[in-house]
Design a protein around this ligand. Structure first.
Ligand code: THU
Length: 139
């Protein structure tokens, strides 16, 4: 169970990550930190593209960094944005691939308002995951 101080520290690091957002189109800064089960922290920020659909959300950037560094067992993710948005559908699915039990915390860039922990499965009910995909492919 995370302590209040840890939660505050992870939100602080998420806000630092949001400062690194590359967002010349939306001007909407999102930052996050993904925490693995060993307590290792992987930051992410949104990275936009002139080809809009190539944009990467902060959550997928953090997840890709973790995977590339050999971390796949994740505990929680802290996400901050101007309005405290929750992860998009693509990111929910992307995170679910590795961490169906992930806990999600939402916050803003400027306030102490926190939502969470929210189970990823609550955000993505009846999710399609690796298990079902493999079992169905073999059936
Ligand atoms: N965005 C994220 O990075 N994460 C979210 O959870 C929601 C949206 C980004 C995508 C785009 O760069 C900008 O925020 C506006 O949608």
């Amino acid at each position: 169970m995370l302590q209040t101080e840890d939660i505050q520290e992870y939100f602080r690091q998420s806000r630092e990550a949001a400062k690194r957002a590359y967002n010349p189109y939306s001007h909407f800064s999102v930052g996050c930190v993904l925490i693995d089960q060993a307590g290792k922290v992987f930051p992410g920020c949104n990275i936009e593209s002139a080809s809009y659909s190539a944009t990467l959300c902060a959550e997928r950037v953090a997840a890709a960094q973790a995977i590339a560094q050999g971390s796949r067992n994740w505990d929680s993710i802290f996400i901050v944005s101007p309005s405290g948005v929750s992860p998009c559908g693509v990111c929910r699915q992307f995170l679910f691939e590795f961490a169906p039990q992930l806990q999600v915390y939402l916050g803003t860039l400027t306030t102490d308002e926190v939502r969470g922990p929210i189970a990823l499965t609550e955000l993505l009910p009846m999710a399609s995951g690796l298990q079902q995909a493999v079992i169905q492919a073999q059936a």
